[in-house]
Structures are given as structure tokens and as C-alpha cells.
Design a protein. Structure first.
Length: 358
């Protein structure tokens, strides 16, 4: 279904988003929504004798138990038992709670190859390789819901036009989502010595529909025998829950408690009364931002005359699609100015994307 048929939904959500994005930071308590993926009739990945829905529920409940020890944190769950919860309801729970952070926990699995490692996803437009398959898999639960054609009109997780057409509406919260995702990955890499699969942007419905900063964590690949064994073990689930909890506490202290996240370089955040969490944030060294102004099947010379006078245009090829970008900034706020310039030139559907330079 062409994206333009979904225009009404996007603009309705933009209005809702603009009215609600500010209220979360004013709550007396830091509200975290913990979302255990899948559940009930939807088992998620099931490989090497381990079910995704069971692993993620155990991990989420342990995260909640740790966070609830902090009197300044309120934890909201999308599910606490083995039940099926629709994606729309998961987003509704988070938005209704006026949460400050949305954390969705999943496990990975692939049909081909044998990758290993944890990754964290934020809302975005990347459509390459394995990550596109992950986006399709996590969105595919839509098809198990009643009346999905009405509820998710215009969003077809198997239709490339949908994925190309979607734009990031949570522009103001994207940077915080990336910062939080980076904290998580650093915990996995530095504390647990897990394979770091990085932070990626993906078009995931549940992140698009929640109005607060949020991430979807892929704990690891159940398709890899060793990783499935680890994630299915009490030790593995305890360690993953502990690391994610520390990242949430560090994020709370760095962002919710008043610090300027754009200026953070290294921070030591108090996790609770008994332990410290050391979080080294080096986003500016690894992440940069561009404004995607257009995409199409035709290759154009990146000269100003082809792009309404904009200079410094770059192009990337993604299979048969050519993507054109304006700017290349390490400062998100500077990139926002580039976005305004592009929109003033007529690129009204332009949006900011992030890239990680590993």
C-alpha cells in the first residue's frame, strides 16, 4: 500500500507527539516502560530449544525488580506473564503512562549464517542486509492481530515502499534514544565482554508509535547454539538484566536529573545505594548526522544545480536505491539547522539520520 494513503495517520500522530513529548520530563518519578517482546500465541524466535518469549520475559522481570528498589523510579510493564499483547496496545500503555523511557527486549535469529552478539535499535530508516530482516521480523507480529489492516493502515512490514516512506517523527527524542542505546551496548561490551553488534536505526512500528525516547534491544542470536545456551541460562539472563538496569539508571541520572546530554563525555552515575555504574559516552567520536533529502532509482550528480542549490550533497547506494544526503555533522543541533535549510529549499519530507563510524 503506498505511503501517501497513510498521510492522515502520520499527521494525526505528529500533532499528538507535539502535545505530549514535553510532559514526561516533568514527572516527579522517572517512569520506565519495560516491554517483553512477543508472548502467548506469539513465541517469537524458537531455536536451539530456547523460546524468545520466555527469555525476554525473564529478563524484563529481573530488570523491573532491580529498578523498583529505587524509590524515584516507577516501572510499568506491557506484560508480566505469558500473554499476547498487540503492538498497538504496547505503545498505548507507554503513551498513556507518560513514560520517560520505553525499553523493548527481544532476541535475534537469522535463517542464514551464524552471527553472534547483542545490538540495540532505535527508530530510523536503514534498510540494509540483516537489519532489514530484523525489522521485518519484529514488525511481523502485526499479522497475528485482528483487524491489522485497519489498525496499521499504510504500514506493511514486508513492503519496501512502506519502509522508504516512513519518516522519523520523534526527531527531538532521537538523540536521547541513541545516547541510551549506546549506554546499553557499552555495558554489554565492557562489563559482559559480549560481542558488540552496535546501535542501528530501523523502521520499527512500536518505536515509531511511542512518543518518548525508546529502544529495542536484541539480546543475542538464538540461532547461534552458544548464544542460545547463554541466553537460556539463569546466568545469562541475570547478567543481561543487570547490564540493562545499569544503563537505565545511568541514563536517568544523566538525562532526567538535569544534565545536558549533548555535552556529556564521561559520567559516573549512581546505580543504587550499593553500587556505581561507570558510563563512558563518546557519541561525538562515533556518531554523525546527515539530512536525507531524497531517495530514488535514478543516479544524479551531487552538484548544487541538481539539488536546489544545496552544496555538499553526498550519495549512498542501497541495492537499487540511491539516497542523497545534505550535511555531515557530529553535532545533532547543527544538523537540525541543516534540516531546516533543506526544508526551506523545498525538501519538506527530509529527515535526520545517524551513522556510526566503527
Amino acid at each position: 500500500m503506498p505511503f501517501k494513503k497513510n498521510t492522515k495517520y502520520i499527521f494525526t500522530f505528529l500533532i499528538f507527539f507535539s502535545l505530549t513529548i514535553g510532559f514526561g520530563q516533568n514527572n516527579s518519578k522517572f517512569k520506565v516502560v519495560l516491554d517483553a517482546g512477543h508472548g502467548g500465541k506469539d513465541s517469537g524466535a524458537f531455536k536451539n530449544g530456547v523460546k524468545e518469549k520466555d527469555v525476554v520475559l525473564d529478563v524484563v522481570l529481573q530488570i523491573g525488580k532491580i529498578l523498583e528498589q529505587n524509590k524515584n523510579i516507577e516501572v510499568i510493564y506491557t506484560r508480566k506473564t505469558d500473554i499476547f499483547v498487540e503492538l498497538q496496545e504496547r505503545a498505548h500503555i507507554a503513551n498513556k503512562a507518560k513514560a520517560n523511557l520505553f525499553v523493548s527486549v527481544h532476541c535475534n535469529s537469522v535463517k542464514a549464517g551464524n552471527p553472534i552478539g547483542a545490538m540495540t535499535l532505535v527508530m530510523g530508516m536503514s534498510r540494509t542486509g540483516t537489519n532489514l530482516e530484523i525489522a521485518k521480523t519484529e514488525n511481523a507480529v502485526i499479522f497475528q492481530e485482528k483487524d491489522y489492516k485497519t489498525k496499521y493502515k499504510g504500514f506493511d512490514p514486508n513492503n519496501p515502499e512502506t519502509l522508504i516512506g516512513l519518516k522519523i517523527v520523534q526527531e527531538e527524542s532521537l538523540l536521547q534514544s541513541i545516547e541510551f542505546a549506546t549506554l546499553i551496548q557499552k555495558q554489554f561490551k565492557n562489563e559482559l565482554k559480549r560481542k558488540d553488534k552496535g546501535v542501528h536505526q530501523q523502521p520499527l512500528w512500536v518505536l515509531d508509535a511511542t512518543v518518548m525516547p525508546g529502544v529495542l534491544i536484541e539480546l543475542g542470536f538464538l540461532s547461534h547454539p552458544d548464544e542460545a545456551k547463554y541466553l537460556g541460562s539463569a546466568k545469562g539472563k541475570n547478567e543481561m538484566a543487570s547490564s540493562i538496569s545499569k544503563a537505565i539508571l545511568a541514563y536517568k541520572n544523566d538525562v532526567f536529573d538535569g544534565k545536558d546530554i549533548a555535552k556529556l563525555s564521561t559520567s559516573t552515575s549512581e546505580a543504587n545505594n550499593n553500587s556505581d555504574v561507570k558510563s563512558e559516552i563518546s557519541i561525538s567520536n562515533k556518531t554523525f548526522y546527515k539530512v536525507q533529502i531524497s531517495a530514488g532509482s535514478k543516479k544524479l550528480e551531487t552538484k548544487p544545480s541538481n539539488f536546489k542549490g544545496l552544496k555538499g550533497i553526498t550519495m549512498e547506494k542501497d541495492k537499487k536505491l540511491f539516497k542523497y544526503f545534505y550535511g555531515n555533522e557530529t553535532d545533532y543541533n547543527v544538523c537540525k539547522k541543516k534540516l531546516e535549510e533543506a526544508k526551506n529549499k523545498g525538501y519538506t519530507s527530509a529527515y535526520i539520520v545517524s551513522f556510526t563510524d566503527k
